[in-house]
Design a protein around this ligand. Structure first.
Ligand code: PLP
Length: 425
């Protein structure tokens, strides 16, 4: 077979882009070489519908072992009783939980997308807002913090079947105990979507949802630094409240409903090569090295937030407890869109993001979201954050100065040479 040089050239260009730039997109990271290698190997050839030990295909003895290792390691990391490593993405993980416990038309309550929530938490353009009836809580206009009193008020009024906590752009920790208390008043389930801060929760650096939330979903590629994918967990399994029985007349546990919702509910064959890569990333998370990494994420985020505040930038909620911050640029007279476009010309990648009570559309936005997991993986520490903020500030204050953009880009590219990325490639 002739080699597809066109695509391999593009892969090479993408590697160079990643090497030369400062990656501040909060949901991105750089996997280890072994995680990446595991995603491109022979397990991609294997069909394995079903679960370890109970497959619909022959020849699964080996992938059974690697999927079981992924499950066991994830259980160990989070102290979870149940793990399903098959969801192809975070969105699929959330879809499977909803399919397992909701009927079309049921009410759900999540954080508003424009306040930091995720599309899969009830947005009208997503299955979650089309199949179910979404309601939303938000953050306080002054403090930028989640309004638990409002959440309680809406929960008591609307009586949703599911309350979803977790976010894509919220820099503070969550009060999972309080959310469970609210849910218990109305007999609702709680889903914690920890896609963003999962790596920090894994190392005990943020509150753990496992004792309080019925279901926990995550992506595996953000702070967890694994392959692109999703995962569903439960702190403890429990009898399903729907009276569903197995063909033998035994009560089906919730774990069984979730397994069925993933496959055959929303997916076919699992990506066993990606599951092998998930297992490797979990192996890495169990190491002391990852412990140091997770703590450095927090130090870097704190240091970066302090530098931004020092230059007069408004961080929603005034700072951060985790790996990211959301910056309101309205006092700097530049939109999120323009900021993103200007920074990327200097090889600094951030994403535009709506801020709470934004007066601009999702295409323009008044803010940018900044995260440090990727630059922390590159080896940066607190000492480097001030320099990055300095470049960002120079560019945003003089966004049409092409000469300045070129100058900063040169400085960024030289700076990044000290942080090697995939030297083996
Ligand atoms: N949940 C949250 C909170 C997220 O931030 C994201 C992705 O950004 C997802 C779910 C969806 O993950 P994926 O892109 O893997 O579908």
């Amino acid at each position: 077979m002739q080699r597809d040089q066109q695509i391999f050239d593009l892969i090479g260009q993408e590697l160079e882009r990643q090497r030369h730039g400062i990656e501040l997109i909060a949901s991105e990271n750089f996997t280890s070489l072994q995680v990446m290698q595991a995603m491109g190997h022979v397990m991609t050839n294997k069909y394995a519908e079903g679960y370890p030990g109970r497959r619909y295909y022959a020849g699964c003895e080996i992938v059974d072992q690697s999927e079981q290792l992924a499950i066991d390691r994830a259980k160990q990391i989070f102290g979870a009783a149940y793990v399903n490593v098959q969801p192809h993405s975070g969105a699929q993980a959330n879809a499977a939980v909803m399919l397992a416990i909701l009927q079309p038309g049921d009410k759900i309550l999540g954080l508003d997308l424009s306040m930091g929530g995720h599309l899969t938490h009830g947005s009208s353009v997503n299955y979650s807002g089309k199949l179910y009836q979404p309601h939303f809580y938000g953050v306080n206009r002054e403090t930028g913090l989640v309004e638990y009193d409002k959440m309680e008020e809406i929960a008591n009024r609307e009586k949703p079947k599911l309350i979803i906590c977790g976010a894509s752009a919220y820099s503070r920790d969550w009060d999972y105990k309080r959310i469970r208390e609210i849910a218990d008043q109305i007999g609702a389930f709680v889903l914690a979507d920890i896609a963003h801060p999962a790596g920090l929760i894994a190392k005990g650096l943020l509150n753990s949802p496992f004792a309080h939330c019925h279901f926990v979903t995550t992506t595996t590629h953000k702070t967890l630094r694994g392959p692109r994918g999703g995962m569903i967990m439960m702190g403890q399994d429990f009898e399903n409240p729907f009276g569903l029985k197995t063909p033998k007349g035994e009560t089906r546990l919730m774990s069984s409903l979730i397994d069925t919702a993933v496959f055959p509910g929303i997916q076919g064959g699992p990506l066993e090569h990606v599951i092998a890569a998930k297992a490797i990333s979990f192996f890495e998370i169990l190491s002391d090295e990852y412990d140091v990494y997770a703590k450095q994420i927090l130090k870097n985020a704190q240091s970066m937030a302090k530098s931004f505040v020092g230059k007069g930038y408004q961080i929603i909620s005034g700072g951060t407890d985790n790996h990211l911050m959301l910056i309101d640029l309205r006092n700097k007279n530049i939109s999120g869109k323009k900021a993103e476009q200007t920074l990327v010309k200097a090889d600094i990648t951030v994403n535009k993001n709506m801020v709470p009570f934004d007066d601009k559309s999702a295409f323009v936005t008044s803010g940018i979201r900044i995260g440090v997991p990727a630059i922390t993986t590159r080896g940066m520490n607190e000492g480097h954050m001030g320099q990055i903020v300095d470049w960002i500030d120079q560019l945003l204050m003089d966004a049409d100065n092409e000469g300045l953009i070129l100058k900063v880009r040169g400085e960024v590219n030289t700076f990044m040479q000290q942080f090697t990325l995939y030297p083996e490639l």
